[in-house]
Design a protein around this ligand. Sequence first.
Ligand code: 9D3
Length: 253
Amino acid sequence: MKFDIVTIFPRMFDGPTREGILGRAIDRGLVDLRVVDLRDFTQDRHRTVDDVPFGGGPGMVLKPAPLFDAVDHLRQTRGEPGAVILTSPQGKPFCQADAVRLSALDHVVVLCGRYEGVDERVHDQVATEELSIGDYVLTGGEFPALVMLDAVARLLPGAVGDEQSVEYDSFTRGLLDYPHYTRPAEYRGLKAPDVLLSGHHEQVRRWRKRQAVERTMARRPELLAAADLDDEERAIVRELLQARQKEIDDAGD
Ligand code: 9D3
């Protein structure tokens, strides 16, 4: 897939796109990544990309022309993109379903926002969607663009060695992962759970399932409502809810 990023800080992408699974996906040609410098689409001597906001107020706003021209250029040289994403704190929160959807497109363009914002005409006329990566304040859309690229790239066939581990992702199923342990069985007096060393595959499977449900209920209860649970998992939820209700009842007596 073609993945194009428009940014005023192209070097921010140099390290992250060379390493690990993402780096390998790019080396293998699964992702045809192009990072373009927004300043290359300015017309003035100073390569100006920003200006003061109309109506006053603090900070600077990314001018429309360089962004319109950068996307026109990418259209002409790379073809019509399936999505033009504007990274923005006002965007819809990016999620695994977005990663899956984008991974099926042949061409994605990501525009990295900066400063206090981006001229609204870019939101209206250039971007097909606006995405955030969560409710915290960053300095710009470069890390969000990398987050989206990373989440999308690992879904491309051949990116991850074990296709099953992609298929069976915790977020795809809506449950958090179970705890993992490796050797040694005891470290600084801390023991790995006996069941994992027992060799009883069925007990291991049930323990992991229970841990995943318990953790999701404790840490991310909102995920549980939407989770795609099997009968066994639903039984564990009922059991945990009953245990919780009993605590409440007992405290009342
Ligand atoms: C005072 C209002 N701020 C909006 C919440 C201004 C503002 C802060 C930070 C405007 C832009 C930014 C820079 N952030 C992004 O461009 C950004 C972002 C983020 O800050 N958090 C999570 N996801 C994203 S995607 C792009």
